[in-house]
Design a protein around this ligand. Structure first.
Ligand code: PMP
Length: 456
C-alpha cells in the first residue's frame, strides 16, 4: 500500500473529490498538481507531464499565458466585482457578448453564468419561460440523449444521460427524456451505413415527440460532438436528419458547445462543423481558456424578443447569478477571443488536426482497441476485450491505461474504458509526437495486465 505524503493526507482529510471513488483515493492518494506552463503541468514531486486533456477540456490556450493573466490582473485592479442585475452593467460583459455575437451571427443576446451546468440550467429555464411567453404553457418537455453530458446541477444532471449521474441522486427529474446516442460503431445494426443509422435515429426522435405529444415538447439539447460521454462523433448526415424533425414540431434546438466551442472541432463552433442549426448555444471552458469560471448562453432573435417582451409584461426577468458575467471572467474571455483570432488558433487546429487524427487511428488495430475515433483536436480510443464486447468490470482497464500513461509523463482521461484526448490547441507537432510516443507501450503493458488478470 502506498504511504501517503503529508499533502495527500491533508487532501483526503479535507476534500470530498468530484468524480472520484473516495475509498480507493484513501489508498492511492491524490495526484497533486502544482504549476503549469504551455502544454505541461508539474506535480508536487516536481515531475512534468503533457496535459493531454487541457485540464478538463478547458485550457485550449495551455497554461501560464501571460496575456490572460494580465487581463485578469488589470480587471481586478480596475473593478474586481460588479453585476448585471437591475439594469447595472460593465464594459467587459458588453464587449464579450458583442464578440460572441460576431462569431455567431444568428444569435441576438448573451446571458452569463459561471459554469457549464449553470448555462444548461439557464437554457431549460429560458425554454420554459419562452413557451410561457408564447402562450404555450404545456410545451415544456426536453429531449436529451443517452450518453450526453450537460452538467451536474439537478436539471443539467437530468439532461446528462449517464447512469452514475442519476444513480443515488434520485434523477432524472420529470419532463426530461433521453433519445438514443449516435455512436455508430456501437449502436448501429449489423451492416447499417452511417446515413441509414442517422435516418433511424431521426425517426426515433420523431416517434418520441409524437408519443409525448408535440405540443408538450419544448426543446432538444445536444453536444455537436459528445465529449464526456466518450468523444462520440455523430455519424454522417446526423444533424441534417435531426433538424427537419425539430422544425416540423417547433422544438427548440440547444447546442451545448461547452467542449466543442472555440475551434476545438476545427471550426469556430461544433454546430457549424456538423450542420446543426441551434436556436440557442451554451458555452464555457475555452471561452476563458479555463483561466476564469465563466459560461454564456446565446439566444436567437425570436427567443430574445419573446423573453424580453414577457419580462416587460410580468415586471421582471427573474433569473440571474451573483457571479454571472463576473468582470474578471469577461475580461479574460475578451482576451481569450482576442488570442484565438490574433494567433490564428483555428488555423493552427486546422493545420494539425489531420496528423492528430492519423495518430489516433494508428492504434485501431491494437488488440486492446475496439474503435479509434475523433474530430478536430478531440480523440478517443475505445478499449475492448475483442470486437464490440465490453469488459465485465467497466472502467478498470481504462483506469489502468491512464495510470500507465502517467508513469510515462502523459495525462489523459479514461472515461470508463475509453481513453479521451483533448490537448491544448496550442500544441506543436513536436509536443504531439511527445504525447503519442508512450501510447503503444502503455497499450501493450495494459493489454498484458488485462490478459494476466483474466479480463480478456
Ligand atoms: N456541458 C458539457 C458539454 C460539458 O462537457 C460539461 C463539463 N464537462 C458541462 C456541460 C458542465 O460544465 P461544468 O462542469 O462547468 O458545470
Amino acid at each position: 500500500m502506498t504511504v501517503l505524503t503529508n499533502m495527500q493526507t491533508r487532501d483526503v482529510e479535507a476534500l470530498l473529490h468530484p468524480y472520484t471513488n473516495a475509498v480507493t483515493l484513501r489508498q492511492t492518494g491524490a495526484h497533486v498538481i502544482e504549476s503549469g506552463e504551455g502544454v505541461y503541468v508539474t506535480d508536487a514531486d516536481g515531475k512534468r507531464y503533457i496535459e493531454g486533456m487541457a485540464g478538463l477540456w478547458c485550457c485550449g490556450l495551455g497554461f501560464g499565458d501571460a496575456e490572460l493573466v494580465d487581463a485578469a490582473k488589470q480587471q481586478l485592479d480596475k473593478l474586481p466585482y460588479y453585476h448585471l442585475f437591475g439594469g447595472r452593467s460593465h464594459e467587459p460583459a458588453i464587449e464579450l457578448a458583442e464578440r460572441i455575437k460576431d462569431l455567431m451571427p444568428s444569435m441576438a443576446r448573451v446571458f452569463y453564468q459561471s459554469s457549464g451546468s449553470e448555462a444548461n440550467e439557464t437554457q431549460i429555464k429560458l425554454a420554459w419561460y419562452y413557451n410561457n411567453a408564447r402562450g404555450r404553457p404545456e410545451k415544456k418537455k426536453i429531449i436529451s440523449r443517452v450518453r450526453g453530458y450537460h452538467g451536474v446541477s439537478i436539471v443539467s444532471a437530468s439532461l446528462t444521460g449517464l447512469p452514475y449521474n442519476h444513480k443515488s441522486f434520485d434523477l432524472p427529474v420529470d419532463r426530461i427524456h433521453h433519445t438514443s446516442n449516435p455512436h455508430h460503431w456501437r449502436e448501429a445494426h449489423e451492416g447499417e451505413s452511417e446515413r441509414d443509422f442517422s435516418a433511424r435515429l431521426a425517426a426515433e426522435l420523431e416517434e418520441m415527440i409524437l408519443a409525448e405529444g408535440p405540443d408538450t415538447v419544448a426543446a432538444f439539447i445536444a453536444e455537436p460532438v459528445m465529449g464526456a460521454g466518450g468523444v462520440i462523433v455523430p455519424p454522417e448526415g446526423y444533424f441534417e436528419a435531426i433538424m427537419p424533425v425539430l422544425h416540423k414540431y417547433d422544438v427548440l434546438c440547444i447546442a451545448d458547445e461547452v467542449i466543442c466551442g472555440f475551434a476545438r472541432t476545427g471550426e469556430w463552433f461544433g454546430h457549424q462543423k456538423l450542420n446543426m442549426q441551434p436556436t440557442s448555444v451554451s458555452m464555457a471552458k475555452q471561452l476563458t481558456g479555463g483561466y476564469a469560471p465563466l459560461s454564456a448562453v446565446a439566444i436567437n432573435q425570436d427567443m430574445a424578443d419573446a423573453i424580453e417582451a414577457h419580462s416587460g409584461e410580468i415586471g421582471i426577468f427573474g433569473h440571474g447569478f451573483t457571479y454571472g458575467g463576473h468582470p474578471m471572467g469577461c475580461a479574460v474571455g475578451v482576451a481569450a477571443l482576442d488570442i484565438y483570432k490574433r494567433r490564428n488558433i483555428l488555423g493552427h487546429v486546422q493545420s494539425i488536426e489531420a496528423g492528430f487524427q492519423r495518430r489516433i487511428r494508428s492504434y485501431a488495430d491494437h488488440p486492446l482497441v475496439g474503435e479509434a475515433r475523433g474530430i478536430g483536436l478531440l480523440g478517443a480510443l475505445e478499449l475492448s476485450p475483442g470486437g464490440k464486447a465490453m469488459f465485465d468490470q467497466p472502467g478498470k482497464v481504462g483506469a489502468r491505461l491512464a495510470a500507465e500513461l502517467v508513469k510515462h509523463g502523459v495525462i489523459l482521461r479514461a472515461i470508463g474504458d475509453t481513453l479521451a484526448f483533448c490537448p491544448p490547441m496550442t500544441i506543436t507537432e513536436d509536443e504531439l509526437e511527445e504525447m503519442f510516443a508512450p501510447i503503444e507501450t502503455a497499450l501493450d503493458a495494459t493489454h498484458h495486465w488485462a490478459k494476466a488478470e483474466g479480463m480478456m
